[in-house]
Design a binder for this molecule. Structure first.
Ligand code: BTN
Length: 265
């Protein structure tokens, strides 16, 4: 376990996101706590927990993690973004997670699986991003970015339903990673991604370079149907472009449920 004082080393007062770190040994969801802090006028505090009792994943799923081994963090802020750019926040956060994890994994290549999963070369999931936003009068009012990174979770300890689909930094590197150093890298990258987005610099070109799906045969569950086809890559607005049944569709939400062929390791 890492104690509260140690986590403070990941804070940097010069940053908008992650200028302070609040640690919880156990909490419902770090994203709920980050939202509470924002409502109290405290933007950009990174809320970290060793255990979440009600951790959320995308699409109403639970986010599973045993206590004290992984990195679970949320940051809430009021973005200066047009509603169109808000859709790119998930990609930007996934790129931040990728940057931190590539460094922590000694430069090993990692990939983005639309919409914002971080995966290893074999497609196993290393990290997930949950972005929750609220619009007021059509403009983004607040945003909560929650990131879960499998850090020191050994495959041998993963539940059977995850072991085939998930990996962790310690599995990739063969050694435990320093979660505080990982958080520091992540917050630095996230802060930079938000600044870029607010300055009008899109994360899409960099997301395309890291795209795990472009050119591959995939199956995507949109929530209302499951579509099979070839991924044509990521559109300017963050949508997945899919060639399916002879037509080109732009998918703005969904989940990739199958991919043919692994990526170069
Ligand atoms: C996903 O891939 O489904 C998104 C997972 C997001 C999990 C993180 S862990 C920290 C933050 N708090 C939550 O309740 N969820 C996010």
């Amino acid at each position: 376990m890492t104690d509260a004082a140690a986590w403070q080393r990941a804070a940097d007062p010069a940053r908008r996101l992650g200028h302070a770190v609040e640690f919880h040994a156990s909490i419902g969801s770090t994203s709920d706590r980050a939202r509470e802090l924002l409502a109290a006028g405290r933007e950009g505090i990174a809320v970290v927990a060793d255990l979440q009792t009600a951790g959320r994943g995308r699409r109403g799923r639970a986010w599973e993690s045993p206590p004290g081994v992984n990195l679970m963090v949320s940051v809430a802020f009021r973005p200066s973004l047009d509603p169109a750019a808000l859709g790119l926040l998930g990609l930007a956060a996934a790129l931040a997670a990728r940057s931190a994890c590539v460094t922590a994994a000694g430069g090993r290549p990692l990939w983005l699986r639309w919409p914002n999963d971080l995966v290893a070369a074999d497609g196993a999931k290393l990290a997930g991003v949950l972005v929750e936003t609220a619009l007021v009068e059509g403009r983004p009012a607040d945003a909560v970015v929650g990131i879960g990174i499998n850090a020191n979770w050994r495959r041998a300890d993963m539940p059977p339903e995850l072991v085939e689909r998930a990996t962790s930094l310690c599995e990739l590197t063969g050694t435990d990673v320093d979660r505080v150093a990982l958080l520091s890298l992540l917050l630095g990258a996230l802060d930079g991604e938000l600044r870029a987005l607010e300055d009008g610099r899109s994360p899409v070109p960099r997301a395309r370079e890291a795209d795990a799906l472009a050119g591959r045969q995939v199956r995507v569950d949109t929530g209302s149907e499951v579509l099979g086809g070839r991924s044509l890559g990521i559109d300017e607005d963050g949508a997945l472009l899919l060639e399916t049944h002879g037509e080109r569709r732009a998918l703005h939400a969904g989940e990739v449920v199958a991919v043919r062929e692994a990526l170069p390791a």
